[in-house]
Design a protein around this ligand. Structure first.
Ligand code: PAN
Ligand code: ZN
Length: 194
């Protein structure tokens, strides 16, 4: 071995495998996180509807591979998120959403199945949003908080790549939320000012 490269006469087997369409990432270093309704206190606008929902209902799950330690400069992480279909009141199931701790670190999302809405918010709470459909690619510029809502009837699966030193700032969102929510109005997803 020299400089992290295998010797020329050995072809190694990668430690990780993905199933692109199913949205799974497997191998020795895969980390899995499942978020249930009960884990997401304060996230949805309708608190009474959240309390009435079964706390064990899965909202989303994430499989991540971090080939280098968190905060390593110059590395990359990859992850896949599966957001289940469902609503709390009229608000679609969604990810918690976050800014990157290092604000100038961007990210790429790309959708493989399902229907979603990506909500982006800058530090001045200005909102933009994009429809997520199979094949759509989304560039999330540094400094933008990002959250995804599943607005369809099936699982929304999207992959993501982000820098290993980006970090996640959930506290700002936990305190002030996003400036808009994705809600169902007569069967259609609509952005509603929060
Ligand atoms: C994604 C998200 C993932 C889950 O991998 O972490 O979709 O969303 P929350 O982290 O907001 O719960 C990403 O944006 N990574 O940086
Ligand atoms: Zn991110």
């Amino acid at each position: 071995m020299t400089d992290g490269l295998a010797s020329a006469d050995v072809i190694t087997v990668p430690s990780m495998q993905l199933d692109w369409q199913a949205g799974t990432l497997a191998g020795r270093e895969a980390e899995n996180q499942l978020r249930l309704v009960g884990d997401l206190s304060g996230l949805f606008g309708d608190d009474a509807a959240w309390r009435a929902a079964d706390p064990k209902t899965p909202v989303y799950e994430v499989n991540v591979w971090q080939p280098v330690a968190a905060e390593t400069e110059g590395g990359l992480f990859v992850g896949v998120t599966r957001v289940f279909p469902g609503k709390i009141g009229s608000e679609y199931f969604m990810t918690r959403g976050h800014f990157h701790a290092k604000r100038n670190r961007g990210e790429l999302y790309w959708t493989v199945s399902g229907q979603g809405v990506l909500v982006l918010m800058d530090e001045d709470r200005r909102i933009t949003s994009e429809r997520m459909t199979p094949g759509s690619i989304h560039y999330i510029a540094g400094g933008l908080a990002h959250r995804v809502a599943n607005v369809g009837d099936e699982i929304l699966t999207f992959w993501a790549h982000w820098p290993s030193d980006a970090g996640h700032d959930y506290d700002s969102i936990g305190q002030f939320g996003f400036a808009a929510r994705v809600v169902d109005v007569d069967g259609c997803p609509v952005l509603e000012r929060a």
